[in-house]
Design a protein. Structure first.
Length: 81
């Protein structure tokens, strides 16, 4: 068999920590930082429009529930006397 010639690439490399080498808390923080960098925040105008839509939806949905509650209450009063 041919002997392998030691070259520059055979020197031991500095050990890097992989995600599996870290303790669970350090791994969690590292993954949290990676995910945090992926977040995109909306522009002010888009945020304002979304807030208005949510507010209007909430008011309309509340009114629908109030009307439904009123109708059901009247039906029960009529049926039960």
């Amino acid at each position: 068999m041919a002997e392998r010639i030691k070259g520059k690439g055979d020197a031991p490399k500095a050990r890097r920590h992989s995600r599996t080498d870290l303790n669970p808390i350090a791994r969690y923080i590292q993954e949290l930082r990676m995910e945090w960098n992926k977040i995109t925040f909306p522009e002010r105008k888009e945020l304002y429009r979304s807030t208005v839509v949510v507010f209007i939806f909430t008011v309309v949905f509340t009114m629908v529930i109030a009307v439904f509650d009123l109708v059901v209450a009247r039906v029960f009063l009529y049926v039960l006397g």
